[in-house]
Ligand binder design. Structure first.
Ligand SMILES: [Zn+2]
Length: 230
């Protein structure tokens, strides 16, 4: 049965704003492969100390982002790109570089398209540039959209290549190749042992060894179980 690791608030708050690295055991956390030189990355929020909701006020006393990195082998790392390609954009790997390129491309394409559409809309004050310039704005909007489509195709093409390679290796791609992550809200910042992060893994032995090493709790769980209000 899958096991989830319960990471306490104390451990997460120490790395808020930076990275929590889960590198023990040194085997792959997904398939158990002894050669595991990669990390799957998750960008996560730490939310602690719930305040009463109010206008223009922070909802939590602590609301910070951090990264979680978990040890995996090369095969499981590649398989993860099929389901969560955007999560790779900080990785020092070829896939990381591709994810950064695509993310930048999307931003640039969106800005160019938005600028083109804004000029086309005629909402801007007339500075005498309309008329013959209208064709240029259409052109600009088209270029922006083209960049976005190219980035999307680039990502699909790389995913198809990886899928074909992994299927040729006989990998079952129906199984999950990334950890099942949940980040509950920590109600009060006075409880260092409150659970701030759960890491669900089908590899129960890895999860138990990991929790033991870091001095954290672990428990069997049903993937997809109801996890309460986020
Ligand atoms: Zn693996």
């Amino acid at each position: 049965m899958p096991v989830k690791i319960l990471v306490p608030f104390k451990a997460v708050s120490e790395v808020a704003g930076s990275t929590l690295v889960i590198d023990h055991p040194s085997r792959c956390s997904i398939c158990g492969n002894e050669s595991a030189n990669y990390y799957e990355t998750h960008r996560l929020p730490l939310r602690a100390g719930r305040k009463r909701p109010g206008l223009y006020r922070a909802k939590y006393q602590i609301n910070k982002k951090y990264r979680l990195k978990i040890k995996v082998c090369e095969t499981c790392y590649l398989a993860g790109y099929l389901t969560d390609p955007d999560a790779f954009d900080y990785d020092p790997t070829p896939l990381g570089r591709l994810a950064r390129l695509i993310s930048t491309g999307y931003t640039i394409g969106a800005v160019i398209a938005a600028a083109g559409l804004l000029f086309l809309s005629g909402l801007l004050p007339d500075v005498g540039l309309s008329g013959e310039f209208e064709n240029y704005w259409k052109f600009l909007a088209g270029i922006g959209l083209l960049i976005i489509v190219c980035m999307w195709l680039l990502q699909k093409q790389r995913q198809n290549k990886i899928r074909t390679e992994l299927q040729a290796k006989g990998l079952n791609l129906q199984k999950p190749y990334r950890a099942d992550i949940f980040t509950p809200v920590v109600e009060t910042i006075d409880n260092p042992q409150a659970v701030a992060l759960t890491i669900g893994l089908a590899n129960d032995q890895w999860a138990q060894d990991c929790a033991k090493h870091f001095g954290w709790e672990s428990q069997p769980y049903e993937p997809g179980e109801k996890r309460g209000i986020e």
